[in-house]
Ligand binder design. Structure first.
Ligand SMILES: [Zn+2]
Length: 144
């Protein structure tokens, strides 16, 4: 099971659900989270990675030490932590959680009427959403 929690960005206007692959990294390894509205506050360096206007700042040194200890291979960069899901969005973007909840809520009336159609709609709408994320350039969506 992966630990999940939500983190509010620096300006407090937005939040994102986070995912910790294999629970290797503690939440403290994410030093800062900036939404497109507060990204100017970010201190850009090798510790940061951008994803469609959002900026994540890691304790890269700390993360490298932990992952090396746990036998994770590969060059650990900020982009690696995000794209490989070690400390990343839950799903493909910070908005996934809300979109998923909205979709289930909107299609809920179909459950009683036509289960097959419900599942079909759910799948189609979700795939369309993922295609949109991919087109927008979200990093994790590029791998779907
Ligand atoms: Zn913000």
């Amino acid at each position: 099971m992966c630990l999940q929690l939500s983190r509010t960005c620096s300006c407090g206007r937005h939040s994102a659900f986070l995912n910790f692959r294999d629970n290797l990294l503690p939440p403290e390894m994410l030093l800062g989270l900036y939404c497109p509205e507060c990204r100017r506050r970010a201190d850009f360096s090798e510790n940061t990675v951008e994803d469609c206007g959002w900026v994540l700042e890691y304790d890269l040194e700390g993360a490298r030490a932990i992952l090396a200890q746990r036998g994770v291979r590969g060059e650990v960069t900020a982009a690696f932590l995000l794209e490989e899901g070690y400390l990343s969005w839950q799903g493909l973007s910070p908005g996934d959680h809300a979109v998923n909840a909205e979709l289930h809520h909107r299609l809920a009336p179909l459950v009683d009427q036509d289960m097959k159609q419900y599942l079909q709609c759910l799948k189609e709408e979700w795939l369309a959403y993922v295609a949109r994320l991919k087109a927008e350039g979200w990093r994790k969506a590029q791998r779907t």
